[in-house]
Structures are given as C-alpha cells and as structure tokens.
Design a protein around this ligand. Sequence first.
Ligand SMILES: C[S@@+](CC[C@H](N)C(=O)[O-])C[C@H]1O[C@@H](n2cnc3c(N)ncnc32)[C@H](O)[C@@H]1O
Length: 288
Amino acid sequence: MIHRYIAHIQQKTNLSSQEAWWLLEHVLKPTPMPLVTQNELTEAQSQKLEEYIDQIARRHKPLAYVIGWVPFLDLYIEVQPPILIPRPETEEWLNQLIDLLIPKSSQIQRILDIGTGSGVIGLALAQKFPLAQITALDINPAALDLARKNATINNIQNIEFIKSDLFSALKSDQMFDLIVSNPPYIPRSALDGLSASVTLWEDHGALLADQDGLEILGKIIAQSADFLVPNRTLPFQMVLEIDRTQHESVKKIAQLHDWDCAVTQDLFGNWRTAWCNLSTQTSSDHLV
Ligand SMILES: C[S@@+](CC[C@H](N)C(=O)[O-])C[C@H]1O[C@@H](n2cnc3c(N)ncnc32)[C@H](O)[C@@H]1O
C-alpha cells in the first residue's frame, strides 16, 4: 500500500523513491504507527501529502524546506527558506578537512567560519573539536538565528555567532588558526542556469557574487592573513569553497595576496575547494 503512495508522489514530482519515502515519513510523522503497517493515509494525512506535492511540483519548493531539516555529517540541521540548504559538496570537503585536522586536535584553538548560514560548517567543526572555540559569522541575522537554533538542537556550546559583513565586526586582535568559508560565489550571469527550486527559494545573497562570482572570495583572500595567528600549526590556514569555473582565478588572486592554494574536485568531478597556506609558511602537501 505504501508503494502506491510512493508511486503517486513520483508521478507528480521529480523526487527519487528515497525522497518520496522521506516525504511520506514526514506526512506520517506525528503518527506513532510504523509506516509499513499503516495501509491507508487518513483524510488529514492525504490532504497534507497533496499540499506538499503541490509545493514541490508547482511551486518548486525544495524537499528539504518541506521536511524542515537535513542530516549533515553527525548533525541534525534545521533548514528554513531562504537560508541556504547545505550541499553534499560542502559536506564532502568538510569531512576531508576534519580527517586532516584530527591528528592535530589538541593544537586547534580558534577557527573562523565566514558566511555560516544554517551553521553547518562551524557546528560540525565545533562538534568534532570540542576543545576549540569556533567563531561563526554571517551578514544575515535570520541565518544567525537559525544557526543558533541548530547549535542548541545539537547541544553545541563551543561556538559564538556574530553578525558581521566579512571581517568588519571582528576585533583587530581576534586571531584564528584556521579560516573556512563557503561564501556566495556563483557568477550573476549563471543565475538563469540555476533550477527554479534554487532561484525561487534560496537567498540570492547567499548564492551570487559580483565580479564573475569572485568578489567575496577575493575580499576573504585579501583580508584573512590579518586574522591568522603568526605561526601555522594546522595543515591549512584557509579553506574555501569555490565555483567550478574559478579554480584558475582563485589560485591567481591568492598568489597576488601571498597565498599558495591547491584546488581539489568534488564528488561530481567539479573544481570545488581551495586549500591554502600563506606562501611564507610551508607549502601544502597534505592533499593526495
Ligand atoms: C553559500 S552560503 C553558505 C552557508 C553555509 N556556510 C553552508 O555551507 O551551507 C553563504 C552565506 O554567506 C553569507 N554572506 C553573504 N555575504 C556575506 C558577507 N558580506 N559577510 C558575511 N556573510 C555573508 C550569506 O548570508 C550566506 O549565509
């Protein structure tokens, strides 16, 4: 019987069977009865399901916003429009970074997450490195509210959230061992190529940047050195998520500011992550 509903959802939307299952689970959520033993949806549940199908199929609402949360590494992350839904590409490089940092756990004191959005990057680092203090900033107060809520839900305390336009609200003597960021980097010219579920629902201020998407990345690269502790103790001093078209330009901008960056591809084979050290420090040889 459940399969009838899965087929119905799939016929009306472009959800995979796994996603249709999640939607159905969400509809049944307050019902204690296990999904497999319930043969028919109640009237109220059917109505709710049709409402959600309409939101997804006609209004292009992302499934994550319908369900209201996503898993991210070992975190339960609430999501709400228009704060950016965390992406698997981010989860992938962050997982790689955590693996690289684990042997150095005891040396990590302070990490800065720029453009924290729902909080995922800062929270995952805070969770994995409980002795470190994480500062997570965002220009959007609604994002910070959500990130704070996610910190509470996941019972994470070693993180502070600051409303700031990049580094502007930081004190000049605030220094970090590592700066990470998934900033807005999509070139404005690429807006038309994005799916309706992105352009209609997610904050354009979280996605797009001027100067072919390089404006904010450029500012981070130009200013980060002023906020780093003088002696490198970790494999990298700065890790940035970038657009797949930006690997050459980011490396060039980085060189202009005395950074040495290696760029790696994501699980889809796109250039995605810049792993950087100041050129004055030992060059990065930690990536395979
Ligand atoms: C691509 S989203 C990343 C969100 C989250 N870190 C993630 O990986 O899912 C970029 C975030 O940067 C924030 N942002 C945009 N411009 C900013 C600025 N000038 N200063 C600080 N944060 C900014 C946006 O509000 C948004 O939350």
